[in-house]
Every structure is written in structure tokens, then in C-alpha cells.
Design a protein around this ligand. Sequence first.
Ligand SMILES: [Zn+2]
Length: 192
Amino acid sequence: MGNPLRDRRTAAELASVGQVIEFTDKVSSFEGLAAIVEADLAALDPARTPSDWRESTVSGQLQFGFVDVAGRFPMVSGNATTHVVAVCQRCLEPFRLKLSVELKLLLVDAEQIVDGYEEFEVWELDEPALRPQDIVEELLIMAMPFSAMHDRMAECKALLPAEASDDEGVQDLKRPFAALRSQMTQNKTDSD
Ligand SMILES: [Zn+2]
């Protein structure tokens, strides 16, 4: 027996057996997701990068079935949750970012048109066989914010009252937000 999350099977096969997949895995098993996190963290000083972020758990559940009685249209529903480490674009500090997705997908072949079932999102399959993990991974990647930021003010250095800046190195990171922020600081100083 392989791992149902990684085995490649057709959507019809998965749906016809009503495959349920409960998974608890590590971020390191999701190579595409890990590569994106790694690229984001590459801008940080390695000493400030949490070393164990790849060990973070990805967990969830998938259930396959057919939306129609005739068994023509496969679907998958479920959820997935993980925590990744992202760099806050306001304060440029790494922080744990929760990614959580609920899925309800109608699995269709390319160019197949299915009417009805509006409660499902249409998920076009490039190939007849799919790896359930690829769907989970793609959804988690899409759930990553374009610009990650601490959502709690108390945790974000940039939102704390200004203290003596002792981390000049951070300011030099080549990031659009950093550039913008230093420009804004500059303008403020000029007008004072
Ligand atoms: Zn922050």
C-alpha cells in the first residue's frame, strides 16, 4: 500500500471508492510550498531564520465522491491547515503564518463543461490521474497572502512606538516595502 495522499489515481477511481484521506505531514513533504517559503526567508539573515520551519505539520482531510447520482462528475471536499514561516512586510521579522483552506472542488477534465453544482469550485485537471497532495499544495500556496504581515499589532515591531533602531541591517533588505518605508521616513524628515 502506498500513501493515498501521494498515489496517482484518476478522479473517477478516487470518487468511486469514496476515498477518504486523513493526513498529517510535514511542510518538507510539500516541495512546492517549501520552496516558496524558503525563497521568502532567503532575504533574512540565516541566524534569524527559524531552522525548524520545514518540520511544521500540514494536516487535514479529503473526501472524494461524485456530485451526481449517475457517477459522472467526481468531486473532492475537505480542509487543510498548516503554519509556515513568513517575513512580515511591515517589520521584516519572521513570524508564524497560519494557512487554512476549505475545499469543495468539482474535478473536471480540461475543456469539460459541467452545468450546475454552483456550490463547487471547478478544478480543471491537466492529466487524467492526479495526486491528492498536489491539490492540497496548490490550494495552500494560493492561500498565501501576496504580502504577509503580522495581523496583531502587539507582535509587529513596525507598529510599536519607535525605539532606538539597533538593527540597521534589516533596513537594507531589498524589498519593496522596505524601500517604500525608508522613502516615507525620508519625506517625513524633510518636511520637519
Ligand atoms: Zn511585523
